[in-house]
Design a protein around this ligand. Structure first.
Ligand SMILES: *[C@@H]1O[C@H](CO)[C@@H](O)[C@H](O)[C@H]1NC(C)=O
Ligand SMILES: *[C@@H]1O[C@H](CO)[C@@H](O)[C@H](O)[C@H]1NC(C)=O
Length: 464
């Protein structure tokens, strides 16, 4: 067994050994790191492992935690799709052999896997807005297609759904057993992996749901900006951010060397290799415990992988310090946050529609939302990441509504920029809804520094 296999073995055994025999409290903590109190680690392999999000039984989660006199009013869930096959191939290498069919005798497994497949087989096009109805409802290729959701990805979201079911339905009765179609709001981008991830979560949440009662809307934009996508300033910030990325890359000699060596292995120009975004494919090898590709000239190895991953971490650190991405994020996240706030305000008025909203999305959806909320220490969205907004009503003061924000099960409410120093001033373990409303409708746009207080002006005026 070579060093790579031994390391992967070790790395893959971490969640299992923690679940079985506890190890030390330090390593137990590292399995579900607190994205806020624990500074982003500096170990590229540990970070890569978190990104894979390999399903294990040990999950700590703070969703649904509230004092007894609080009533859960609505829940808004943003997910990243689960584990997927790469979107890019490394030229001149064999692509990873991963089977995307769903079978019981392969790990990871979920007890609802077969029932999920059978339920999906009964689905009809009527439950999906065009063009979603043309997509397969579960992954099914013996050699995965590019970008296809894997069994790991399905299991991750069945688990998410079941966790939310236990908390929101069994414990807090968010929906009655005879829930009506308009109590759900479901939206996904047009990729099979997001649709299938949304369906797996929904199935875990509402097993054997009535197909006639669900309707998935199609969202053409990864920013979920629907009618408000035109925003020149957002593109301006994005271009500056990309320029920053480029300059940082040029400064990294170790990264350049790694690319040079890898390019020799696959015998193509470095530029062409870079364009093939090899880290995407290498992460797939890593998450699936497959050795990295080799050619007659040698192998891509763990040191190459570490060099790229380390650079990604440095890039994220610099991104936080310079404000260009924040500018992009504030404008990019505004429409979806505005929509969510609108939905919360309607629920707070006592309307019973859309009390459970699910947006099935991408890293490029969640990442700007996290930045816009000021969750700067939050890790880059891993596979099957979940960001949740909970709306609560205080039964003792029925006119008062409050929100909680959770990222991968961790309560980050008091780390958001709209509620950062509220914990001291308010006796409740959550944040007044008004804070979020004020932030979304005004303060997040004011933060851009252009003097604009509304989205359309902010999209056209230069800020910081
Ligand atoms: C990883 O792969 C090696 C063979 O390459 C195998 O021996 C080992 O059991 C695998 N580890 C896990 C956790 O699947
Ligand atoms: C924000 O939401 C309100 C409804 O809650 C809507 O009228 C308004 O057009 C939205 N603004 C943007 C920029 O999406």
């Amino acid at each position: 067994m070579d060093a790579l296999t031994a390391l992967l073995l070790l790395v893959h055994l971490i969640p299992v050994s923690v679940a079985k025999n506890g190890v030390s409290s330090k390593s137990r903590k590292r399995i579900m790191p607190d994205p806020v109190t624990e500074p982003p680690g500096m170990d590229p392999l540990y970070e890569a492992l978190l990104y894979c999000n390999i399903p294990s039984v040990a999950e700590r989660s703070m969703e649904g935690h509230a004092p007894h006199h609080f009533k859960l009013v609505s829940v808004h869930v943003f997910i990243r799709h689960g584990d997927r096959y790469p979107l890019y191939v490394i030229p001149k290498t064999k692509r990873p052999e991963i089977d995307c069919t769903l079978v019981a005798n392969r790990k990871p497994y979920h007890p609802k896997l077969e029932a999920f497949v059978s339920h999906m087989s009964k689905g009809s096009g009527a439950s999906f807005e065009s063009p979603l109805h043309s997509l397969p409802l579960f992954p099914n290729h013996p050699l995965c297609e590019m970008g296809e959701l894997t069994q790991t990805g399905v299991v991750q979201h069945l688990q998410n759904g079941q966790l939310l079911r236990d908390i929101y339905l069994k414990k807090h009765q968010l929906l009655p057993s005879d829930w009506s179609p308009d109590q759900l709001y479901l939206e996904t981008t047009g990729k099979s992996r997001t649709l299938q991830s949304g369906l797996a979560l929904l199935y875990g949440f509402l097993p054997d749901f009535d197909w006639k009662k669900v309707y998935f809307r199609h969202q053409p934009s990864a920013l979920f900006c629907s009618g408000s996508c035109y925003c020149p300033m957002r593109n301006h910030y994005l271009e500056k951010e990309q320029r920053r990325q480029y300059l940082l890359r040029l400064k990294n000699g170790q990264l350049e060397r790694a690319y040079g060596e890898m390019a020799k292995v696959v015998d193509i120009p470095t530029k062409q290799l870079r364009a093939a975004n090899p880290i995407d494919s290498l992460l797939c090898h890593f998450c699936h415990n497959l050795s990295f590709p080799c050619t007659g000239n040698g192998c891509i190895d763990m040191e190459h992988f570490k060099a790229i991953k380390t650079h990604q971490m440095e890039d994220e650190r610099e991104r936080r310090e310079k404000k260009l991405y924040l500018g992009y994020a504030l404008l990019g996240a505004h429409p979806i946050l505005n929509q969510t706030v609108g939905r919360m305000l309607r629920a707070a008025e006592g309307r019973s529609e859309e009390v459970f909203a699910l947006y099935s999305a991408h890293d490029v959806t969640l990442s700007p939302v996290l930045s816009a909320l000021g969750l700067t220490e939050a890790r880059f969205p891993r596979f099957a990441a979940r960001l949740i907004f909970e709306l609560w009503q205080d039964r003792d003061e029925p006119r008062e509504h409050a929100v909680r924000v959770l990222y991968n099960g961790v309560d980050v409410t008091f780390h958001t920029s709209f509620c950062q120093d509220h914990r001291r001033r308010w006796p409740k373990p959550m944040c007044p809804l008004d804070n979020l409303v004020r932030f979304v409708r005004r303060d997040m746009l004011v933060a851009l520094g252009s003097g604009s207080t509304n989205y359309y002006d902010a999209c056209h005026r230069k800020g910081f």
